[in-house]
Design a binder for this molecule. Structure first.
Ligand code: MLT
Ligand code: MN
Ligand code: ZN
Length: 305
């Protein structure tokens, strides 16, 4: 199984177009040692030929051009993405669906029923796209029932409801239900090795802990270093937990949680917000992660399992 990180930043990307916070300013000026990042998405393949996309970001065109360039001998219209799986209905994970409207076939989009409801009502992308390439909507079952995705032969996929928040436009924004946010596990049936992917995690429950322990690599919520980060940087009055993300630092934070995993589990943060001090490669927070054996995803990163 081959995993490709298409975009490692949270919504807005890094640097964010309208942001002059310490990180974005430093990245633009070249005074901060930090890599630019596009918005949250990964792709997975069993054969390096057909790929399943997890989340369709607003940067999808750039990401596909960078990771899957079309060779001069390709067919007239060519797209290696055969399935699209959504972990929630947030804008940074779904806007890219609109940008794929020129696809020759209906887009095969996998989501929970609740996310499909949001994408039909609050943000009716699925209805709009019926007038373009069309949608072949597939249902993601909850609670770890394994299912098959056509583009991933030999890989068992499973979804786990996680604590988080549906998008601000959702009618369930303040009353999330199981299925608004999910984690996905991709398990190679031949080797048994699995990837656990959860770009949004508000809280680590026992089922999430078990799924992480049973994986060879975890690619998890790296949005914020501290719960008050957006308040401290002045960009918002909201805490990390108010918008469905568990901060890395402090008691009960993600670093502490990841430190309890078996030593051979690879731990990687993804969906990193532009305010997060871990983006500064020379910073003390980055050093703390390194000391804890935690990696930070970059755009284009490959993970072989
Ligand atoms: C999130 O991950 O919490 C959202 O994508 C935030 C956003 O809408 O940018
Ligand atoms: Mn997001
Ligand atoms: Zn910023």
């Amino acid at each position: 199984m081959d995993v490709r990180v298409l975009g490692s930043a949270a919504g807005g990307g890094f640097p964010q177009w309208n942001c002059n916070c310490r990180n974005c300013r430093g990245a633009r000026a070249g005074t901060l040692k930090a890599q630019a990042r596009t918005q949250s998405s990964i792709a997975i393949s069993a054969d390096f030929n057909s790929w399943a996309l997890c989340n369709a970001s607003p940067d999808i065109h750039r990401q596909l051009a960078a990771q899957f360039p079309i060779g001069s001998d390709a067919e007239l219209r060519s797209n290696p993405i055969r399935d699209i799986l959504l972990v929630d209905g947030q804008l940074d994970h779904t806007i890219g669906l609109l940008l794929l409207r020129e696809n020759r076939e209906p887009l095969r989009v996998w989501s929970t029923d609740l996310v499909a409801d949001d994408l039909t009502e609050g943000l009716p992308l699925l209805r709009v796209l019926k007038h373009y390439c069309g949608i072949d909507r597939r249902r993601i079952p909850l609670d770890s029932t394994e299912f098959e995705v056509p583009s991933l032969p030999g890989i068992a996929v499973a979804a786990l409801a996680v604590d988080g928040k549906p998008a601000p436009y959702s009618k369930r924004r303040e009353n999330p239900e199981p299925g608004d946010n999910i984690a996905l596990t991709f398990r190679d049936r031949a080797t048994g090795r699995a990837l656990f992917y959860a770009p949004g995690l508000a809280h680590i429950t026992e089922p999430v802990r078990q799924a992480m322990r049973a994986s060879a690599a975890v690619l998890v919520d790296g949005t914020f270093w501290s719960d008050e980060e957006m308040i401290a940087t002045g960009v918002s009055h909201k805490r990390a937990k108010d918008i469905g993300h568990l901060a890395q630092s402090g008691h009960g934070g993600l670093i502490e949680e990841l430190s309890r995993l078996p030593a051979d589990v690879r731990r990687i943060l993804i969906h990193i917000n532009n305010t997060n001090p871990i983006l500064d490669e020379a910073g003390s927070q980055r050093a703390q992660l390194a000391a804890a054996g935690i990696e930070i995803a970059t755009d284009g990163m490959r993970i072989e399992l």
